[in-house]
Design a protein around this ligand. Structure first.
Ligand code: PLP
Length: 388
């Protein structure tokens, strides 16, 4: 049997592959420290889970409108608008089973063959996958380590063409933890207006920021009409397994999402959306507490990594990833990540899991306890010292 060429390029996410490898070692009795995983290590906050149980036991178990229950769309429009200093209409909000469908379906709606899409490299692997499945041409733009992984402006300008139909941004970014500056967003907005293209701004880590909020391009003049904001519950409320995300976009595009959702997933689980409603309308103190804890871990792991000879690590300003530079060891990072897993029992991802420009870096998730981080740093320092 043969398969369609549109999926020939698809590979799994590096995080899933390394986790499977780590689990295989654990099955052999090895103790592995997991720094490869991209999800909060906290349980979903109790009031959110209780709201889901209440919804289940009160009969919220049937189909609901494809773009989401009206109460959640209203609450998200208000909350997301307030946080970004703009006014969204509930009709602009589209709820989906996770943020991931909102990286796929809008691309199917706006891209044709021959269209070009600029996306960050290193960046979340789903961007390139979605661009290719949509039949468009991916155009990777590098981020620069010296600027805390902001966009490389000259490279970006070079890659813009009359065929550019979409620019994908991710801030705070996976895998770097970098935040795009206000100036960069203004520049991208100017370009998007000049070439009349869409912008998809993946802001799923927007609530996990440590010094200052990450500005959103949708707040800039003229950008409301061409921007798709993608956000979700996975990272903010520790709800990765619930599958609940949302996008906010111009209403005509939201209406097309409605039909794409009807024919693909139908709708998002009803009781899950009631849990989401409780998350948005309820107390936010646990989000703030988790953010403070991530900040403590960030400072700890970045200081620890920088103390290892040969490792240089920029201070990330959001998300829960550090992206240390390990070029000094003179080996491909795939080999280095494998070595750390096998020899030190520490699972990290090679930067190249996020694109060719991730060469020379590892992605280290600090969604783990300080104790485990300390142990991992100690093991990594010893294993890397042995490389000479
Ligand atoms: N966007 C980025 C940058 C991510 O890192 C992730 C998950 O790791 C997602 C989107 C997907 O989020 P969800 O689990 O809500 O589909």
């Amino acid at each position: 049997m043969s398969f369609a060429s549109r999926i020939a390029h698809l590979r799994t996410e590096g995080a899933y592959a390394v986790m499977a490898q780590a689990q295989a070692l654990e099955a052999q009795g090895r103790e592995i420290i997991h720094l490869e995983i991209g999800q909060p290590d906290f349980d979903t906050y109790a009031h959110i889970s209780l709201a889901a149980i209440r919804a289940l036991t009160s009969g919220q178990t049937r189909y609901n409108p494809p773009p989401g229950i009206p109460a959640l769309r209203r609450a998200l429009a208000e909350d997301a608008g307030k946080r970004r200093g703009v006014t969204f209409a509930p009709e602009q909000v589209v709820v989906a089973p996770g943020a991931k469908p909102l990286l796929f379906l809008p691309l199917l709606a706006i891209l044709d063959e021959g269209d070009e899409v600029i996306y960050p490299d290193p960046g979340f692997p789903t961007y390139e996958a979605a661009i290719r499945v949509a039949g468009a041409t991916p155009v990777a733009v590098p981020l620069t380590e010296q600027t805390g992984f902001d966009l490389d402006w000259p490279a970006f300008d070079q890659r813009v063409s009359p065929r550019t139909r979409l620019i994908i941004l991710n801030s705070p970014g996976n895998p770097t933890g970098g935040i795009l500056s206000e100036r960069t967003l203004e520049h991208v907005a100017q370009v998007a207006r000049d070439v009349d293209c869409w912008v998809l701004s993946d802001e799923i880590y927007a609530r996990l920021v440590y010094e200052a909020p990450a500005p959103s391009i949708v707040s800039l003049p003229g950008m409301m009409d061409r921007t798709i904001v993608v956000d979700g519950f996975s990272k903010t409320y520790a709800m990765t397994g619930w599958r609940l995300g949302f996008g906010i976009m111009p209403q005509p595009l939201a209406e097309r999402m409605d039909v794409l959702l009807v024919h693909s997933v139908g709708c998002t689980a009803t009781f899950t959306q009631y849990a989401g409603l409780a998350a948005v309308l309820g107390p936010q103190d646990q989000v703030d507490a988790v953010c403070a804890e991530f900040r403590r871990r960030r400072d700890h792991i970045v200081n620890g990594l920088n103390a290892i000879p040969g490792v240089r690590c920029h201070m990330p300003r959001g998300a829960f990833y550090a992206f240390p530079n390990v070029e000094a060891f003179g080996r491909p990072v795939e080999e280095l990540a494998e070595y750390l897993l096998e020899q030190a029992g520490v699972a990290v991802l090679p930067g190249t899991s996020f694109g060719a420009n991730g060469q020379g870096h590892l992605r280290v998730s600090y969604a783990n306890s300080i104790e485990s981080i300390d142990k991992a740093l100690d093991r990594m320092a010893r294993a890397l010292a042995a490389l000479g």
